[in-house]
Design a protein around this ligand. Structure first.
Ligand code: NA7
Length: 293
């Protein structure tokens, strides 16, 4: 079924996802703070709205895919914000990783307007988004999940459904807490080996031959060997995810000491000027420390 879709946020993940909605034949209107990022989609027949409100008005379904909870507020609120364009019976789906507080607060504001809301954070990389192979965690009321399903299927290989928007947001933080601990441990181990004279490639090869091998280490290990820090998943976004996990833990009374250590490390990486580099560059920070000894 062809739907009228508004899409707000054409960053690394948003642009290919919106493009897949266009390719699936939906009537697509996009908006991005930096309008030039809409050029490709517009050249292929998508429409460009002047404001977030305009992009959200009169659509069956509106997606947001923004950096964090502050970006989300900037796009949702205000006279030109998306919420002002949403009306009773519309559906808002947020793909951002913006935390549990944000998901619950948006759910409440949408309910006040009789607008349905799903929090649907993304699992997967830019290339997975391009190939419609991302996994989506869709949280919210069953009827809203049902309505969103055809559009979500067009951009993903799997949809994992949860009853509540806050739980979908929380689940994403759990996943990225594991990923953060893995990549931090990997970088630390590489520098530990290198500081004792073992070549980086050898440390990576042996870890991959062990029971602890991982597809993450395969991908990031190649980047570390090539010292290729172009962002597939930027350190600043990873730091944000650990911060959001700590907020959720504080609200829920959970203890997250590993997450706290990983966040401190990511913060130091940001302070060292690596915020826009790939998380693989954590290894570079450990190697720098090892050289200083
Ligand atoms: P990117 O590539 O950093 O894109 C972020 C998007 O958010 C991009 O469209 C930005 O617009 C937009 N943005 C950021 N701040 C603002 C403000 N203040 N106002 C309006 N728009 C804003 O992130 P990804 O696509 O990799 O990730 C998106 C989410 O998925 C994120 O939560 C990840 O953790 C997971 P811009 O183009 O800079 O004008």
């Amino acid at each position: 079924m062809r739907m009228k879709i508004g899409f707000l946020g054409l960053g690394t993940m948003g642009e290919p996802i919106a493009n897949n909605l266009r390719k699936a034949g939906h009537d697509l209107t996009v908006w991005n703070r930096t309008a030039a990022k809409a050029d490709h989609i517009v050249s292929k027949g998508g429409k460009l709205a002047r404001t977030a409100r305009e992009a959200a008005t009169g659509r069956d379904l509106v997606f947001t895919c923004l950096s964090d909870e502050k970006a989300l507020e900037a796009v949702l609120e205000g006279a030109d914000g998306a919420l002002a364009g949403l009306a009773k019976g519309n559906l808002l789906v947020d793909l951002s990783t913006a935390g549990t507080r944000s998901a619950r607060s948006i759910a409440t504001r949408c309910a006040d307007r009789a607008v349905d809301f799903l929090s649907a954070p993304i699992l997967g990389s830019k290339s997975a988004a391009e190939q419609a192979q991302i996994v989506l965690l869709a949280g919210g009321p069953g009827a809203a999940r049902e309505r969103a399903r055809p559009a979500l299927h067009a951009v993903s290989s799997r949809i994992i459904e949860l009853e509540d928007a806050g739980q979908a947001a929380l689940m994403k933080l759990c996943v990225n807490a594991v990923g953060g601990a893995m990549i931090a441990g990997f970088g630390e181990a590489i520098a530990l080996g290198a500081s004792g004279g073992i070549p980086i490639w050898k440390v990576i090869e042996v870890i991959q031959a062990s029971p602890f091998h991982s597809p993450l280490f395969l991908v990031k290990g190649e980047l570390i060997e090539r010292t290729d820090w172009a962002p597939r998943f930027a350190i600043a976004l990873a730091e944000k995810d650990q911060r959001l996990a700590q907020e959720a833990a504080a609200d829920q009374g959970a203890k997250v000491p590993i997450n706290e250590a990983v966040r401190r490390l990511l913060s130091e990486a940001v302070e060292s000027g690596r915020g826009d580099k790939d998380v693989a560059a954590l290894a570079d920070l450990f190697l720098e420390w090892a050289k200083r000894k």
